[in-house]
Design a protein around this ligand. Sequence first.
Ligand code: NAP
Length: 266
Amino acid sequence: MEYLRLNNGVRMPMVGFGTWDIRGKKGKACILEALEVGYRLIDTAQMYDNEDIVGEAIKESGIDRKELFITTKLHQPWASYSKAKKGIEQSLINLKTDYIDLLLIHEPYENALEMYQAFQKASQSGTVRAIGISNFNIAKYESFIQHCNILPAVNQVESHIYYPQFDLKAVMAQHGTQMQAWGSFTEGRKDIFKEALLIEIGAKYHKSAAQVALRYLVQNKVAVIPKSAHKDRMKENIDIFDFELSSEDMDQIRTFDTGSSLFRWY
Ligand SMILES: NC(=O)c1ccc[n+]([C@@H]2O[C@H](COP(=O)([O-])OP(=O)(O)OC[C@H]3O[C@@H](n4cnc5c(N)ncnc54)[C@H](OP(=O)(O)O)[C@@H]3O)[C@@H](O)[C@H]2O)c1
């Protein structure tokens, strides 16, 4: 596993395990498998209604808490200063931990700044190691940071070969905010695993299209959090650090960029 340093010096794994839509006993088993195959970053959110099983899996895994990196996010019901304070306490209870590694505002809510003030306080008190945002575009990001005392460590956004958002990444790099990709496989909106070019490039390195798609982002310094409920795919998605795409490969993959979101939520 490779790590990067966030703008406050905290170390974050480049590849994490996404847990959207993973719930219940089966979900806990998936998280345990992910930990077993080597994932150390688990991405959850209050909106996913699964922080409890993330906390249980972490305890049951027996892995030292210090080796793990837990990201969670607060959404609309916690969108004020006092609500966000309560939301953080709730996440700590759900996750059965006394600190969160990375806490994000799930979407650019009207009261995002108020929420962020509670995040800043929590980061000063040590209950949260790093704070950030999610789904902020360039305009929203630039306006938001005007009012922050602590610059966001991470902005978690849609990013995949068809819409990598490298323009946003470049703007954020000027302020030390790390881009982390969600939907790096497009959540099934495109049949990325059958892209002929990715398969062709992968064949040179004995890697799959999925591994090439993730490697492309990671090589562009975008952190990723792919989700899979299958152990073989979990292993495949983390096994991307023993090869390097050539600059020609990178240029070819770049041609997939349409400049348009596949989700258009924001
Ligand atoms: N901040 C936000 O607003 C936001 C939004 C969306 C997601 N997220 C986070 O980002 C994570 C990742 O996004 P996502 O789960 O939506 O989508 P994703 O990672 O783009 O795609 C997941 C899909 O790809 C399949 N898959 C995974 N690895 C594969 C492989 N090697 N070969 C073939 N198929 C494979 C999975 O199927 P199987 O499970 O059947 O293997 C699943 O259907 C989420 O889990 C969540 O933690 C954040």
